[in-house]
Design a protein around this ligand. Structure first.
Ligand code: COA
Length: 157
């Protein structure tokens, strides 16, 4: 499979959002909330997750990269720039389930790091849930060092 990493364009929006809905099951806070509390805010976890990603697609489209194979978008990475601190944030990274485990996520992460460097950032950060084994293998091997763990709480009001 020949995979190209390229800049996001507006025509990729539906594909990116569809990958987001298909790939974050069990590995994002939105899904964890729904598992324990049912639908939150009247929307499914997929719709809430997609909304967050869509915000980056609309507002920070030049900092989004996609992976393409045979003319099809099969993965994406959204980055954000914290310019004053010179820190780039790898905010969302996902590969469509049928294409996972074939090196695409690693390629996207490498491209995201290069992109952040080219945009003048001195550091990069990324977070994942403790039991996301794939991400926790990928990030250290992509050059990231674990610096802290955080615990997320949630309650009904
Ligand atoms: C995490 C994700 C982006 C990785 O992309 P991928 O294309 O599947 O991963 P790659 O094939 O590039 O593998 C990169 C590394 O991840 C780890 N990895 C991949 N699949 C794995 C698995 N099934 N179990 C454990 N580690 C795995 C390995 O360290 C691998 O490196 P190696 O092949 O040199 O050992 C992808 O699996 C995904 O979209 N997952 C769901 C969404 C998600 O969890 N995103 C990150 C949230 S923070």
């Amino acid at each position: 499979m020949e995979v190209t990493i390229r800049k996001y364009s507006r025509q990729d929006r539906d594909a990116v959002l569809s990958i987001a809905g298909a790939s974050f099951e069990g590995v994002c806070l939105e899904h964890r909330m729904e598992q324990d509390f049912g639908r939150v805010g009247g929307a499914s976890w997929q719709d809430r997750k997609k909304k967050g990603i869509d915000y980056d697609l609309q507002r920070r489209s030049r900092d989004v990269l996609v992976a393409e194979a045979d003319g099809e978008v099969i993965g994406f990475v959204c980055t954000r720039l914290y310019r004053k601190r010179s820190i780039g944030h790898v905010a969302n990274l996902a590969v469509a389930p049928p294409y996972q485990g074939q090196g695409v996520g690693r390629r996207l992460m490498g491209a995201a790091v290069r992109h952040l460097r080219e945009r003048g950032m001195d550091y990069a950060r990324v977070e994942t849930l403790e039991d996301n084994e794939r991400a926790r293998n990928l990030y250290p091997s992509a050059g990231f060092k674990e610096i802290a763990r955080r615990v997320y709480y949630f309650r009904e009001l």
